[in-house]
Design a protein around this ligand. Sequence first.
Ligand code: URA
Length: 241
Amino acid sequence: MEKVRLQKFMADAGVASRRKSEELIAKGHVRVNNKVVTEMGVKVDHHDKVEVDGMPLETEKKRYILMYKPRGVISAVKDNKDRKVVTDLLKEDVEERVYPIGRLDYDTSGLLLLTNDGEFANHLMHPRYHVDKTYVAKIEGILTTEEIKKLEGGIKFKDYTSARAKVSVMSKDKKKNSSIVKIIIHEGHNHQVKNMFDAVGHKVEKLAREKYGFLTLDGLVSGKYRDLTRQEVAQLKSDNK
Ligand code: URA
């Protein structure tokens, strides 16, 4: 990890916003390696001991993981019904307390990011940053041109209208009365894809997220994961300013 400004380090650790962290520093609430720091330019990394009002900060290394989530696993770090959660799939090589960025349903498979970098996670989840998510759905029935237009143009739900989407039919099976459809959306409302198809009268039978922004599942099998490269992390940060 590169050294970063103390106020950013504090913000990343969830203490407060950068601005509020600057105030805490200026008012003498922050100690670095046992010395009170009140000036701004100080840079730190996770080897430094940083305390706010005597409380040590989490100084975990930042970790960014791309997982191929299988079906039948909860996108969480804990489940109150004791079902399997995505962090159960991580091995001892991930000691950091990472958590999923957003959610995939229990019965949805595909690309899920996990991190312990709160600022990064908030950025990616904010609808303003428009990360395209590509899903492939097996649906009941065959979509009409009119239904595709509705899906692409925005569907009105009780609490939101879906933003523009891109829909392409990959295959149709008239005998089995089902189709495989690719849909790209950039929001992340609960059950959004299933609800969108439901709204035009087609039940989703199976759903997978194949891409998240420019990231794909290439090289991974279900249940496995890898660290993002530095370049991928940098690109996600800069694509989403
Ligand atoms: N939309 C859904 O309906 N489910 C998911 O898991 C993701 C997007």
